[in-house]
Design a protein around this ligand. Structure first.
Ligand code: UD1
Length: 371
């Protein structure tokens, strides 16, 4: 019988939890083949950004908590590296899995590869081609040191090959964030978040904005002014990230009337709200994907996206980093009703199974960098 493999996953921020939960569940189902260890770096630490997700997604308590908290990029990355190294030395995993593109992803990938532990990157190969975004640097570095590159978007493999990654290390497995959405579908339907927030299903806009380029400067006031204009035509609900909330507070910006600014929501509440929305306005990566799967028109307030498949096949439209375009959203929602979106290949709820299949067979010989 094949030896049991120890897989250690590192999560740190809100979107990581949805990407890793189905993998944790699949590895637990195959516990004759796998032992799974979960490490939470603590990059996100508020209950509303962390605990509620682990609870709702059934992930449970992590085996190790690093409590790194907030800080500059260097501080946060360095703290994860310092605190993760002894955990990896103690656990001696066969593979370290890192999801997405946040600072915790980059830090964990670096620590593992330097200890000679094989790294698997979940959500490999996405590129915005904008190196001013911290996430782009995190993606490039994580991919370049990973042995297993798990992709979910057709353009990811060509992006990786162009950077010198070996074909044999690239595995198109599908989207684990969509696995979570499929697995939680019934529970999401039961929540009825729209009605709970006094909104008519199908008749409101959901907003999330948190990227530094938008919220840490003068564009935030323009964005809130745009949202006020939209609210004259349709109700707007904006669960605000702590970074955004702090910036709004500093500028004396607030909601009011049909612009409702609320605390960050749990996974079930947020997806319930999204699933019955008329549309979404966002700068998040995950929401571009979730709206594509749900066939909800999505407007992305960025100049670029590392997820072009959501524009080509799905429901996503790039508005640019241009808050003055927010007022167009109600008309754009009307116009988008005429398009028939598609869902990218293998966004079918079974990506985690494919990842576990690869992990069961992967040998030590594969290296991401072509010889
Ligand atoms: C991080 C990721 C971003 C991801 C986002 C998802 C990086 C570089 N960025 O951005 O890619 O889209 O998570 O939400 O890794 N804060 C709290 N409580 C928390 C977490 C954060 O109050 O639980 C506040 C702190 O003031 C902190 C700020 O938010 O300084 C930013 O947090 P940080 O983790 O640095 O980046 P995010 O903006 O959350």
């Amino acid at each position: 019988m094949a030896e049991r493999r120890k897989i250690l996953s590192v999560v740190g921020t809100r979107p990581n939890f949805m990407k890793m939960a189905p993998i944790a569940a699949e590895l637990a189902r195959r516990d004759d083949r796998f032992e799974h260890v979960l490490v939470h770096t603590g990059q996100h630490y508020d209950d509303s950004m962390s605990h509620v997700f682990l609870e709702q997604l059934g992930v449970g308590e992590p085996d190790h908590q690093l409590h790194v908290g907030s800080g500059s990029h260097a501080q946060q990355t360095a703290r994860v590296m310092e605190r993760l190294e002894p955990v990896l030395l103690e656990e001696q995993p066969d593979f370290v899995l890192v999801p997405g593109d946040v600072n915790s992803t980059l830090a964990a990938a670096l620590v593992a590869v330097k200890l000679g532990i094989r790294v698997g990157h979940v959500e490999a190969g996405l590129r915005s081609f904008d190196r001013t975004m911290p996430e782009e640097i995190n993606r490039i570095v994580a991919d370049s040191v990973s042995d297993l590159l798990f992709t979910h978007s057709p353009e990811a493999a060509p992006n990786l090959v162009r950077e010198g990654c070996a074909d044999a290390s690239i595995h198109y497995v599908g989207n684990t964030m969509i696995d979570t959405l499929v697995a939680m579908g019934e529970r999401i339907e039961e929540v009825g978040a729209a009605v709970a927030h006094g909104l008519e299903p199908g008749g409101y806009l959901v907003v999330t904005l948190h990227r530094p380029a938008l919220v840490d400067g003068p564009l935030l006031a323009d964005a809130v002014a745009g949202l006020r204009q939209v609210a004259e035509q349709m109700p707007v609900i904006f669960p605000a990230h702590p970074r955004t909330r702090a910036a709004m507070h500093a500028l004396g910006l607030d909601g009011g009337g049909r612009l409702k600014i609320v605390e960050p929501l749990g996974y079930l509440e947020f997806l319930s709200l999204l699933a019955s929305a008329a549309g979404a306005l966002t700068d998040s990566g995950g929401i571009q994907e979730e709206t594509t799967f749900l066939h909800i028109p999505c407007f992305t307030l960025r100049d670029n996206t590392e997820r072009p498949v959501t524009v080509e096949m799905g429901t996503n439209a790039l508005l640019g980093l241009s808050p003055h375009r927010i007022e167009e959203v109600p008309a754009l929602i009307e116009a988008s009703a005429r398009r028939t979106p598609r869902v990218p290949p293998l966004w079918d709820g079974r990506a985690a199974q494919r990842i576990a299949d690869v992990l069961a067979c992967a040998g030590g010989a594969e290296r991401a960098v072509a010889a």
